[in-house]
Design a protein around this ligand. Structure first.
Ligand code: PGA
Length: 242
């Protein structure tokens, strides 16, 4: 399975900074690993125009209509978009998204021919209470309930322990692998035809100096990266292009 590195720029970078990044990144990027970028929605067309796969960090569960301020996944697909990140922990935390409400969004994203990168992960309190695996199972069952996959590329699952995001604390490769193996089993049971081929990304303080060990784990198929994806040099290193 080809590894996938996804840059989640969150609400960082203006248009000039996006172009500077792309001009530094593209000539050195070898395609050894897939590299996808989720910038602010405003700048995604710049990324698409440079031939790089681009994604929204969130979208509407509707495709058109009276939803002031929302972004339609259908319009994004028409513009050349590739994917949408759904259920990032910052959206669950600050915008009250739940696995149940995300189910509708995941369905729309898939129906429109985009790839959903569905994020799951536990807080520190949940990990310490030994709830990690049951919580992840609930997040997967609720968020992906009754979803039909046309092929394995429709869906990516990102395991992002909330306590590791932007904190500098990374899950150890063994901790991450344990959860990834559990996600793999759950996906296989849920989507018998494709579950073993859906890519499962790890996210949470992935950096050039820990990426190779994480990627060497059996069920870690790539990374969803915030802070370390902002500099072209670091993102190139994460893509295996040093
Ligand atoms: P981080 O963010 O790499 O800065 O920890 C990851 C994410 O929020 O997806």
């Amino acid at each position: 399975m080809k590894k996938l590195m996804v840059a989640n720029w969150k609400m960082n970078k203006n248009g000039n900074e996006v172009m500077e990044f792309l001009h530094a990144f593209k000539p050195k990027y070898s395609q050894k690993r897939d590299a996808w970028i989720a910038s602010q929605a405003l700048y995604l067309k710049l990324i698409i125009n440079e031939g790089v796969s681009a994604g929204l960090q969130n979208c509407s569960e509707h495709v058109s209509g009276a939803y002031t301020g929302e972004v339609s996944p259908r319009s994004f697909k028409e513009m050349g978009g590739t994917f949408v990140i759904t259920g990032h922990s910052e959206r669950r935390q600050y915008f009250n998204e739940t696995s149940r409400s995300l189910n509708a969004k995941n369905r729309t994203v898939l129906a429109e021919g985009l790839t959903a990168i569905y994020c799951v992960g536990e807080t520190l309190a949940e990990r310490e209470a030994n709830l990690t695996l049951s919580l992840i199972a609930d997040q997967i069952h609720q968020g992906l309930n009754d979803l039909s996959l046309a092929n394995e590329n429709n869906l990516v699952v990102a395991y992002e322990p909330v306590w590791a995001i932007g904190t500098g604390k990374t899950a150890t490769p063994a901790q991450a692998q344990e959860v990834h193996a559990f996600i793999r089993q759950t996906l296989k049971a849920k989507f018998p035809a494709f579950g073993d081929k859906v890519r499962i990304l790890y996210g949470g303080s992935v950096k050039p100096d820990n990426v190779e060990e994480l990627l060497s784990q059996k069920d870690i198929d790539g990374g969803l990266v915030g802070g370390a994806s902002l500099k072209p040099k670091d993102f190139l290193a994460l893509c295996g292009d040093v």
